[in-house]
Design a protein around this ligand. Structure first.
Ligand SMILES: CC(C)(COP(=O)(O)OP(=O)(O)OC[C@H]1O[C@@H](n2cnc3c(N)ncnc32)[C@H](O)[C@@H]1OP(=O)(O)O)[C@@H](O)C(=O)NCCC(=O)NCCS
Length: 172
């Protein structure tokens, strides 16, 4: 497993993954309905951006892209999705693209590498994630990686569980 920066050629694959029922479901969308236009990510545009608060990374196994990790600095991120946020934190999103690649340990390896990458910056204190409360498999997955519950929080129309991995827990 390697994590590499996304390139323009990944945009079509990422758009295809966005249509997958398990990916729609984890973002609070109806998995049985087509992706609404308003939810359609401009992946080509996002990948082309050169901002220091966003990393889009592709997990690759034997040269095959299997999933994606987005790392943001929630203090600097332009939409202020996380609200007022202390500096020196990171927030991670992750999803596996194909259903057939779920539950094979790929996500664990991608997260471990993403976490190491975040904490490689000595200033970073904490990593945040916000799974939907109903996404119990993802919550179990994050707990196994050392994330601890912070509390429930509503983001827009989504009821989420905020979880965090403080540097001290990661080092332990
Ligand atoms: C959450 C997610 C990223 C985890 O990635 P994953 O590759 O499926 O996770 P892993 O395989 O590393 O671990 C998850 C499960 O597989 C099991 N597993 C771990 N290594 C395994 C292996 N080598 N072979 C088979 N199963 C394995 C784990 O025990 C775990 O099982 P559990 O759910 O019964 O506790 C992925 O399931 C996903 O993309 N889900 C949909 C999108 C999503 O919910 N994203 C998170 C939004 S907050």
């Amino acid at each position: 497993m390697i994590l590499r920066p996304a390139v323009p050629g990944d945009a079509a694959l990422l758009a295809r993954w966005d249509e997958k029922p398990h990916v729609k479901w984890c973002t609070g969308l109806d998995p049985d309905q087509p992706l609404p236009d308003v939810e359609r990510e401009d992946w080509a545009g996002q990948i082309a951006r050169d901002v220091d608060w966003l990393d889009i990374l592709i997990g690759e196994v034997e040269g095959r892209a299997i999933g994606v990790v987005q790392i943001i600095d929630p203090h600097l991120e332009e939409s202020h999705y996380w609200g007022d946020c202390a500096p020196h934190q990171r927030a991670i999103d992750i999803w596996i693209g194909e259903e057939s690649d779920l539950g094979k340990g790929h996500g664990t390896k991608m997260m471990q590498q993403a976490i190491d990458r975040c904490f490689a910056d000595p200033a970073v204190t904490t990593i945040l994630i916000d799974p939907l409360i109903i996404n119990t498999a993802a919550i179990r997955f994050y707990r196994r990686l050392g994330f601890v519950d912070v509390g429930e929080r509503r983001f827009g129309e989504d009821d989420c569980l905020v979880m965090e991995l403080p540097r001290a827990v990661w080092q332990f």
